[in-house]
Write a protein that binds this ligand. Structure first.
Ligand SMILES: C[S@@+](CC[C@H](N)C(=O)[O-])C[C@H]1O[C@@H](n2cnc3c(N)ncnc32)[C@H](O)[C@@H]1O
Length: 216
């Protein structure tokens, strides 16, 4: 059973399967870190682009019928408009889905009045602009509940390692770092693959019952 249904199909062939695989990956990762979906979670999707994964995140992290809040944020206006057309209203009657064009590296542009159960960054882009992403990661960690989690995926192994190092240097605690064995390979760059790696981190000084450093 799915908690949300998109108002329109995805724009590119293959995306539905990528998203189904990502949903499985997230659900399995939740089991691996010993976490259950939450009642009315507060979810933040940073640098979300078209936010194709919106339904998968809500399915993996919320309890059906109990709603919650979801905010997606990106610099790109066109992508945010497409995300709104597809997902706004998809989590009714109890869930709220919103999108905003904004800069996630600027703390005052983020919802500082609340803490989040789950923050997601799909295909983070650390090597493109390290100082910007340092800002995004710092903000993300500061917006987590003490028992909240930051999930991120990467297209490339090297980029993933750079992001992990940056987050660890900010004090984040690593819960899980796993390769996505069902990931679809892309041909536009060597070693690139959809959601190739997934990492899960907790906030600095979070209340951590146990920790898995790596499964590999
Ligand atoms: C590799 S794309 C990934 C997009 C989307 N998450 C996905 O998986 O399709 C990186 C995204 O980061 C966004 N981005 C870069 N810097 C940002 C910033 N300072 N604030 C918000 N979004 C940002 C870009 O606009 C772009 O959509």
């Amino acid at each position: 059973m799915t908690n949300v249904r998109a108002a329109m199909e995805f724009s590119f062939p293959g995306i539905s399967l990528d998203i189904a695989r990502l949903r499985n990956l997230l659900k399995n990762a939740m089991l691996l870190i010993g976490q259950a979906p939450r009642m009315s979670p507060c979810i933040l999707n940073l640098a979300c682009g078209r936010a194709d994964e919106t339904g998968a995140l809500i399915d993996a992290w919320s309890v059906a019928g109990h709603g919650g809040e979801y905010l997606g944020l990106d610099l790109r206006h066109a992508e945010i408009c497409e995300a709104r057309r597809r997902w706004c209203g998809a989590w009714r009657p109890h869930g709220i889905v919103e999108f905003r064009v904004d800069d996630a590296s600027l703390p005052h542009r983020l919802p500082g009045d609340r803490r989040h159960d789950f923050i997601f960054i799909r295909h983070q882009n650390y090597w493109d602009a390290p100082s910007t992403w340092d800002g995004i990661y710092r903000n993300a960690l500061s917006l987590l509940k003490p028992d909240g989690f930051l999930f991120f995926t990467s297209y490339f192994d090297r980029e993933h390692e750079l992001a992990l190092a940056a987050l660890k240097s900010l004090g984040a605690s690593l819960w899980l770092d796993i390769p996505h064995t069902a990931s679809r390979m892309l041909t536009d760059a060597p070693g690139k693959s959809v959601d190739k790696r997934l990492a899960i981190l907790g906030p600095p000084e979070g209340h951590i019952p146990f920790r898995i450093e790596s499964l590999r």
